[in-house]
Design a binder for this molecule. Sequence first.
Ligand SMILES: C[S@@+](CC[C@H](N)C(=O)[O-])C[C@H]1O[C@@H](n2cnc3c(N)ncnc32)[C@H](O)[C@@H]1O
Length: 441
Amino acid sequence: MDSSPGSFTNSFGTRIDFVPGYIEYVDRVIGLPKKASEDYVHASINAAGGHQNLDYAKVNEKFRYERKALSLSGYAARLARVYMFLDLMRNTNAVPQFARHLDIGCGIGIQPRILRALGIVDHTTGIDVYDRCTGVDESALAKQHRRLRWMRALEPFRRSAVKVPPEERSDLRRAVVEKVLDPLSPRHRHKHQVGYMPDSDFYRLKYRAKPTLDRFIQGDVFEIKEKFNLITTFTSFEWFDARTILPKVASMLENGGMFYIWVSNWWSDINVTRLSGHFPFACQRLNKDDYYRYLDECLPDHAEAMKGTYAWFDPGHPTLADYAEIGYQNGLMALDFREYNRPDPFGTHTGVSPLGHIALDGGVLQQVLDEIHQFRPDIRLTDLLPLSHSILFRKFDRSVKLDEAGLNRATSPVQFQYRPTNPALRLAKKLAVKAHPIYRR
Ligand SMILES: C[S@@+](CC[C@H](N)C(=O)[O-])C[C@H]1O[C@@H](n2cnc3c(N)ncnc32)[C@H](O)[C@@H]1O
């Protein structure tokens, strides 16, 4: 394929012009990788070509973590992830109380410990291919939780500082908001980084137990044979192939059990891989073969590192709709979901957001979509916007068939009639029905 120095031509014959200064900007704000991260290369079942091919000896020899404590901001970010889960739970009729919990790809295992401390789970297990988890200083977590509550004292200052619209702020006011208050305030920092701001009740979450992990399993989740009432994964699903891990998750859940996933969105420019190029959405708008050829031809110094990172991510590049559908096919019904869009057009964490792209070139998203449709016709504009999404699933029995007995059983909660025998309660019901017909039902 003929690509000139300032452009790349994909295998469908479309020429994509480089955007002058774009890659230099991306390099400056997020950096271009020179080496794929070690855990992507050695602990990724996608890069290994399946979980059976993971080389545990190599993983154990590579990763020896001595991590003990977590900073206040690190703790607040983990607590916010738990809050995002509780926020989705609030929209369902389910009670946030689970007997047995499993966290897949638990890493340092903070979220499961927080779920245990908040009294949401009675027993928690974390599993990961390698152990970064058991060395965590649990007493420091409780200390950070107490300290975090003091951070709400910053909020009145911020409210007063942002009364002036951003374009009218003096440099001093800008610095106070952008360099001091927002980075310090856990809720606002989370909004800028993740696109989700916890409510102020975030500071009122109370520990009811110690933040302990009842069990850590160093190993492969595909080997687990037990059942749980709640399974969670926080930024770990990228490490799996949704088509193989979702059936496994369904098999480990009791009927009626819940499964929560928070995962980075492949179709976002720039996603968790931080892969990029000389034009926006480089790794999304080119298929794998074209992206690898582009790297070889146009970014040879970074090609090996970027291919290693590419290979780590779920190869199906699922959308939110894909997760919901694959889940459904395996008996997991999406009860609720959320997408998290970046509020800032430009950021030091994630480069240019969709808002930034349209500020630079109003037609770019359509052009990107047209090119993606050459190999993934199912992708929609809404798939390009969020940085991440979360879904709350409930396990259901796929073998159920519609018949009269089943219909009566399933609809009985709606048909429920209260018929008191106690005379006082009978009178109370009569008065209530008189007061409002809604009570007749
Ligand atoms: C991004 S890290 C987890 C971060 C962690 N959940 C947190 O929120 O801090 C993803 C983890 O998934 C783990 N992982 C990958 N494949 C796995 C498998 N087959 N079984 C268990 N864990 C796995 C990796 O070792 C990695 O530590």
